[in-house]
Write a protein that binds this ligand. Sequence first.
Ligand SMILES: [Fe+2]
Length: 437
Amino acid sequence: MLCCRFAPPEAGFEGAFTVDASRVTFGRGCLAEVGDRAAAYGIKRVALFTDRRIVGLDHYRRVERSLRAAGLDVVTFADVHVEPTDASFQEAARFAKEARPDGYVSIGGGSVIDTCKAANLYATHPAPFEAYVNAPVGEGRAVPGGLAPHIACPTTSGTGSEVTGIAIFDWVAHKAKTGIASIHLRPTEALVDPDVTATLPRTVVAASGMDVLCHALESFTARPFTVRPSPARPTARPMSQGRNPWSDIGCREALSLLGRYLVRAVEDDRDMEAREAVMWAATLAGIAFGNAGVHVPHAMSYAVAGLAEEVGYHAPDYPRDEPLVPHGISVVVNAPAVFRKTGPSSPDRHIEAARLLGVRERTIPDDGAGETLADRLVELLRVLGLPNGVGGIGFSAAQVPALAAGTSLQTRLLTNAPIPTPPDLVEELFRGALTYW
Ligand SMILES: [Fe+2]
């Protein structure tokens, strides 16, 4: 694909990429459309997934009212665990099997949407829990076919779960996060209503905004799709295809929006222009990474979050009943150390990303590309009041081997990196991520 600045593949490597996305409706007030949209799929009995905080909010009531006004029978599951576990996924699946809905609606953050995907999967295609979980932690069995219709309504501007076929959870016995990935998990529709962001607390906007930033940066710098071996069958092409001309479009626009609006969106909850822009960036970056895949910062994050209990970390504005590293924080604390190392793999892309995020230096040498992008990320961590590296969460050098071991389980993400990531490099990255200032 010389036309799109992707070198042509060698024999046996990919020469094509696939574009997938949920049907997306974006705009203030669009949550009120959910009833009509669900009814259009012929849904009569809908399982409505949410969590205990959101069930008390006006967004939830708007969705429930719209579903009932369309004549649907609504059964609610409000026990989604924030940062789901293998046990909480299975509890949700049990609910879905017993409730026997013919369609699903989820309203919440990534935890809610991911839990709804898993419940829909195991209710539609029952199997032992480990069957569909990514290898090597699970069996990595292919999902055999389509699921019931699922309309996802995100309430944070972050995870992009509403447009991806990935469901992430913490497998407690393995002390690591992993997931289930299949195109069949992708919600049928996403209703993205920026009005929901008006009530989000500062730290939630900062953490989820940094997640968006990392989705865009990692997809933009992932290995090109043309260096991945061709799949055995065309339909076996993975969702983590590597960067490609389609994902680049969303990444560039998302980075540009975040460069202009993220700090404003965090600092002023009345700045709806900024919060709407970040929500749109989250949607674009979600579609991009759903087609390109993320890489090392996310791989490291699953080890960081999986070991949260050991350091007893609590983030402001998040539930305090148990230690929890919010997903966006667990990702972004690794990012500067990673981009310092990946800079030489595509200096032009690292420089372009830094510029989109607001770096104004006249000239940036190729050998300073990774450093420049890393410095801008560190600046954002400080401005947004986020932890100073994994050390700021409470980890020390003594825990680096455990963190690296948890990361090495994330083969789906590590193989999407633009550089080889042997275990000693992952340890080096964690040492580099301990403190930034
Ligand atoms: Fe993420």
